[in-house]
Design a protein around this ligand. Structure first.
Ligand code: ADP
Ligand code: MG
Ligand code: ZN
Length: 632
């Protein structure tokens, strides 16, 4: 089906980038200089060749002298020059002036006197020949060399512009993108509007002593509109926009990338307020590692320079550094520290409403038939990112054109979707079956979390695939900070974590791999209950595992097992198993008791993809309830 598919269009760069002009002299100008110079040289040579100075052998000169045909002679170091008399025999000669190489001839003066020839000597004064012999070729070669050199260092920043930053600079009114051209990423948009506000009116914020974020990092799957959003910020704020890609700093030569960063920041500071946008930051900001194959010195230096510049930067001057990446996990942690990219904005794949809005934006320039319902198109394109949707509209238009239609109809959209889904299969778009599994799974988490007492209320359920491997999520937000958890709280949490898997069992009679993360977290909690918190009756209030938590971070340090024997180990495992089995039973009880609700919530979730907590509680008929867990 996808055999004759034209390549996807959406990842092409530069399509909508105005103002890219090659810098440097136009090659034709230098070419003209070169030609003019050659012409001049030619003329000089012609003058010497055609001027009527004849060169004679010395003997002939002496014969002419004896015959009284010489009028005047100048004796120089190396040569004798002279003029011939105007006589009948000399008129045959083509020249009047002659030159001859000087020969050791002591009698010459006598002979000249005898003939009454006017003669004079000449001291060596060779500046003119020197000039012609040396300077002209030199100038010539410098000319040629300069010509080629400038060609080499032309538009693409050649030899001489190594250390210059290659940022494309857009003047304040050159960026035409507005927030209205972006849809389906409302949360990210809201956060960025704040940045625009600041760039437009920095004093309002700094007068109160507020600190403006220095760096904003846009993270999200490819094609969700990160680059577009950054451009929209520049377009709305009406400030100069420096745009470049992380890979542009990564060079073969050590030190070049770092110099470029320095140059970039200098330029930016001169143009403040402005935005510096580094796209695909991961190319430059990868974690610094000790590689067995030798370190990537160059990239590290570049990264260090970036870190240093960001530190030394005074945000009050109004330079905001934006960056985008779809691989935040590979970024060097130092980049994410406060004072650098301290603000991270998630640009996620759009839900069904967002998809409809994006389709509307891209359908604006397309002639649509009356039967096209973008709502239905949006419903059928779960998992599509903004760029996929833009591509979809384009494909549909191409199909319509191929069918010689006057407008793009619903049929064209249907076939375009089929094509793209076939093409996107590699990109892991969920099938209908998979979406159903995920919907049951998330509904299971949400229902257990809402029914059991003592848990944080569900804030949001989503089956929109996220970029970081999660197929869906159920988010609970705590009503207040917690410092302590009771055994009851933890047991409830375990039930919530197992609720997803249990819902799959009950509704579909089969289980999927989607619960892997839930099971791991549930097992960690259960183990901690037994070995750290002394919450198991069978083992008592004993800590078996020592202090294995990092002092400041809530992460478990990788460490070998605590000091206990084989028998205790078996007991611990048995207790963990018992706790988890009980939690599983709790979840099963709840979900079997709410079988109809499980169905309702799942169907609704398949429809709208993202459900707010309020709607969930309404569907379940429960009042606001009260975990710190968000289960996937
Ligand atoms: P990213 O940088 O996240 O990979 P881009 O910003 O380059 O994605 O998006 C590529 C194109 O896809 C955009 O130029 C735009 O036409 C379309 N697009 C992507 N996301 C959106 C969106 N949220 N709203 C409207 N158009 C979008
Ligand atoms: Mg991009
Ligand atoms: Zn889950």
């Amino acid at each position: 089906m996808a055999a004759s598919k034209p390549g996807p269009r959406f990842n092409k760069r530069g399509r909508d980038r105005p103002g890219q002009r090659p810098i440097g002299p136009r090659p034709s100008a230098s070419l003209w200089y070169g030609l003019a110079f050659l012409l001049l040289l030619f003329l000089v040579q012609m003058y010497y060749v055609t001027s009527n100075v004849g060169s004679l052998p010395y003997s002939e000169f002496k014969t002419l002298l004896k015959n009284g045909q010489v009028a005047e002679v100048t004796i120089a170091d190396q040569a004798v020059r002279g003029t011939l008399k105007q006589t009948a025999s000399t008129d045959q000669k083509q020249f009047k002036q002659f030159t001859t190489t000087r020969v050791e001839d002591p009698k010459l003066i006598e002979e000249l006197e005898a003939q009454g020839v006017k003669y004079t000597g000449e001291t060596a004064n060779r500046w003119l020949p020197d000039l012609l012999g040396w300077i002209i070729p030199l100038v010539f070669f410098i000319g040629i060399w300069g010509f080629f050199f400038r060609r080499m260092s032309g538009a693409e920043g050649g030899v001489m512009s190594f250390a210059r930053s290659r940022a494309k600079i857009y003047a304040d009114d050159e960026v035409k993108v507005r927030f209205a051209d972006v849809a389906g990423v409302d949360e990210a948009e809201d956060e960025l509007k704040e940045i625009v506000e600041f760039l437009k009116n920095p004093k309002k914020y700094t007068n109160l002593g507020g600190r403006i974020p220095k760096g904003v990092l846009l993270v999200g799957p490819p094609g969700t509109g990160k680059t577009l959003l950054a451009r929209a910020v520049a377009g709305e704020a009406h400030v100069p926009f420096f745009s470049l890609t992380g890979s542009e700093f990564v060079e073969m030569f050590v030190g070049v990338g770092a110099a470029r960063i320095r140059d970039l920041f200098q330029q930016a500071e001169a143009k403040a307020p402005c935005i510096v946008f580094i796209d695909e930051l991961d190319a430059l900001g990868k974690m610094r590692v000790q590689s067995p194959l030798g370190s990537h010195e160059e990239r590290e230096q570049t990264l260090n320079q970036l870190l240093a510049e960001m530190d030394g930067f005074d945000a009050r001057k109004g330079v905001i550094i934006m960056a985008a990446t779809n691989r935040p996990e590979v970024l060097d942690p130092a980049l994410l520290r406060p004072g650098r990219f301290d603000r991270q904005v998630l640009v996620d794949k759009p839900d069904v409403k967002g998809r409809e809005a994006i389709l509307r934006i891209h359908a604006k320039g397309v002639k649509m038939a009356a039967d096209v319902d973008l709502k239905i198109v949006a419903a059928r394109t779960a998992g599509f990112a903004g760029a996929d949707l833009a591509n979809l509209v384009n494909e549909a238009a191409l199909l319509a054109a191929r069918g010689d239609k006057t407008s793009v109809g619903m049929k064209d959209f249907e076939s375009a979707i089929d094509r793209l889904i076939a093409g996107l299969e590699k990109k892991r778009v969920m099938s209908t079956k998979e979406r159903e599994i995920v919907a049951y799974h998330e509904s299971g988490h949400a229902i257990v979390a809402s029914v059991l007492p003592g848990l944080d209320p569900v804030h949001k359920i989503s089956i929109v695939q996220r970029g970081f491997g999660a197929l869906g999520y159920t988010m609970q937000l705590p009503l207040e900070d917690r410092y302590l958890m009771t055994r009851g709280d933890l047991l409830s949490q375990l039930a919530v974590l197992l609720g997803g898997r249990t819902a799959e069992e009950i509704a579909l009679g089969d289980i999927s791999t989607g619960a892997q993360n839930d099971l791991q977290r549930a097992t960690d909690i259960a183990r901690a209950m037994v070995t750290e918190f002394g919450m198991s009756d069978a083992l008592g209030a004993i800590n078996y595992d020592g202090n294995k938590r990092a002092r400041f971070l809530d992460i478990v340090m990788p460490q070998e097992r605590g000091l206990y024997g084989e028998e205790t180990a078996q007991k611990i495992d048995a207790e963990i198993k018992r706790i988890l089995t009980e939690a599983h039973d709790t979840a099963r009880d709840i979900l079997s008791g709410h079988r109809d609700k499980l169905e309702t919530v799942t169907r609704r979730l398949l429809d709208i993809e993202v459900m707010e907590g309020e709607e969930l509680r309404k569907l379940l008929g429960v009042g606001p309830l009260k975990s710190v867990v968000s289960s996937q």
